[in-house]
Design a protein around this ligand. Structure first.
Ligand code: ADP
Length: 535
């Protein structure tokens, strides 16, 4: 017997109708390139999104055509987030921090036909445009405005979209191999939005009363879904534009009354240093939660925010392939009165899967790992917002198991209640004498040392042990510490064979386009030399 419920497609025009019908007066605030603030309402956003959809149709673009953006986080990008998919086209967010050749490769591979670009990034486009099939380029605050003005929103009728049609595309940033295209459907996007909105990391969630500022770029993994989550809930949203330095962000938080924000660890490390240097300068009492993800955040940083500034920072885990949010940290109810140290342990974990997402992990022999908090295995994930294939990449089926789970390449342990802790990426974990050493745990421990600003640990080849850890350390301005001192600091926390053989002091840790440690560059820099113990 079948259920007798409506076959109602899960598509983005429903979300657009909702935000303009119920939250039309709520605000979208953007920090413009000249540092002033632009403000308008969701009503205006919806009107302009429809104009964009109509204008693209009038250009001759067809259902399913890809329309790319090369933009910072701002209100026009939000219009693209709605207007492109609601018009039946596919929003393709291009990562502006990539090399122009890589952007060209990605835009060509995706078959992009049109592009919306920030004025400041227009020169970049000239470096890759001829590699692509892009026919139309619209510059924000310039020809983009003419495009919108060409369409009358009164003529808007939402197209009849199927929920499994593509809504958006994003390429993995290529930390591992060539960038690969992930294609989100309307259905997966709506379910991900609901999943993130319903989640309460560490017991705290978002609602219409919040003001959300996604620091995480809209060109990278949908800004963790927050532009859609905020619109669905009717929360105000604030976009930082290109101003991502700690000082500007703190100013945005205070001046715009931000209550919820999300970004990669390097952003929060910079903010913590500034807050520590000038305590009391910013009143952040309205901030309920600051999410950190994209790579593992040091526990010491999480504790530092809470102890010194009474701010809750906690993890979210996910990947481009998982829309991206798949898990959030959770504090079991019976521990709600636990001491801070216990809470920090949970905040530093990646926690439990969002509803509808399932996780498991298996060791090298394919056996599921026990929930003992120690044994490590590769994490596998499945759910309605997890990719089932890459766009036109036939030889990538080895990323999925025979029974349809996605192999994340992340190494995790499960605690007895099933909370995950990311220990490493499979290509970064250090395999020493047949045992695994977690580079993330060593990094986090090093970054708890008062003199250390950043630390990245890599494997270097070793004749006897196969691989041994090397730590690249960036000291804080004006601080000093010797390799010996750092090893002594680590010694009580780890088995002796975990301790890095070499500690190298560097002036910079190379980062990827989205601010993660670029360990391939460090391996090239340090691996050719034989591993010799630090004197
Ligand atoms: P790329 O694969 O190019 O780095 P993604 O942004 O999709 O691009 O990165 C996903 C990866 O980021 C995950 O596989 C994981 O290794 C890492 N990651 C994401 N969130 C977290 C987190 N909270 N803690 C630790 N690692 C994380």
């Amino acid at each position: 017997m079948d259920g007798l419920m409506m076959d109602f497609p899960l598509t983005l025009p429903t979300l657009l109708r909702r935000v303009e019908t119920y939250f039309g007066e709520k605000e979208v605030v953007t920090r413009l390139p000249d540092r002033s603030f632009h403000r308008y309402t969701y009503s205006e956003m919806a009107r302009r999104a429809k104009q964009l959809a109509l204008a693209l149709r009038e250009l001759g673009l067809e259902r399913g055509d890809r329309v790319a953006t090369l933009c910072w986080n701002h209100y026009q990008h939000l219009e693209a987030y709605f207007g492109i998919p609601c018009g039946g086209f596919v929003l393709h967010t291009l990562n502006l921090r990539l090399h122009p050749n890589d952007i060209g490769y990605i835009a060509a591979h995706a078959g992009d036909r049109a592009l919306i670009v920030d004025a400041s990034l227009a020169p970049l486009v000239q470096q890759f445009l001829d590699q692509t099939e892009i026919e139309h380029v619209f510059v924000v605050e310039d020809s983009y405005e003419e495009l919108l003005a060409s369409a009358d929103p009164a003529g808007w009728i939402a197209p009849d979209l199927e929920e499994n049609e593509a809504a958006a595309m994003c390429y993995t940033s290529g930390t591992t191999g060539m960038p690969k295209g992930v294609v989100y459907s309307h259905r997966s996007t709506i379910l991900h939005t609901l999943g993130v909105a319903a989640a309460t990391p560490m017991g705290v969630g978002v609602s219409e009363q919040d003001t959300i500022l996604p620091v995480v770029p809209m060109f990278h993994a949908n800004a963790w879904g927050y532009p859609y989550v905020a619109a669905m809930l009717g929360a105000n949203q604030v976009f930082p534009g290109p101003h991502l330095d700690p000082e500007s962000l703190l100013e945005d938080f205070v001046q715009q009354g931000v209550t919820w924000t999300a970004g990669v660890p390097t952003i929060w490390l910079g903010i913590l240093q500034l807050l520590d240097a000038q305590p009391g300068r910013w009143d952040l009492s309205r901030m309920k939660g600051m999410l950190v993800g994209g790579s593992a955040a040091p526990r010491a940083m999480i504790a530092g925010f809470k102890e010194r500034h009474n701010l809750v920072v906690c993890h979210g885990w996910g990947m481009t392939e998982t829309s991206p949010v798949a898990s959030f940290p959770a504090l079991p109810g019976e521990l709600s009165n636990a001491d801070d140290e216990t809470k920090f342990d949970y905040m530093a974990m990646q926690g439990l899967p969002l509803a509808l997402v399932e996780l498991r992990a298996r060791d090298d022999s394919g056996n599921e790992i026990p929930r003992d908090g120690e044994t490590m295995g590769e994490l596998e994930v499945r759910g309605p917002w997890v990719a089932s294939a890459y766009y036109e990449t036939p030889d990538s089926s080895d990323r999925w198991t025979d029974d349809g789970w996605f192999k994340t390449g992340d190494i995790v342990s499960f605690d007895p209640k099933g909370h995950i802790q990311i220990k490493d990426r499979s290509k970064d974990v250090i395999k020493s004498g047949g045992e695994w050493i977690s580079s993330v745990e060593l990094e986090n421990a090093l970054m708890a040392h008062p003199a250390v600003a950043e630390a990245a640990v890599i494997a270097i080849p070793d004749d006897k042990w196969q691989e041994r850890p090397l730590a690249a350390v960036l000291l804080k301005d004006g601080a000093s510490a010797s390799a010996e001192e750092l090893r002594d600091f680590l010694a009580p926390q780890f088995a002796k064979w975990w301790l890095p053989d070499r500690i190298e002091f560097v002036t910079e840790i190379p980062k990827t386009a989205v601010g993660k440690f670029r360990k391939t560059a460090l391996r090239e820099q340090f691996a050719p030399r034989p591993a010799v113990p630090t004197p």
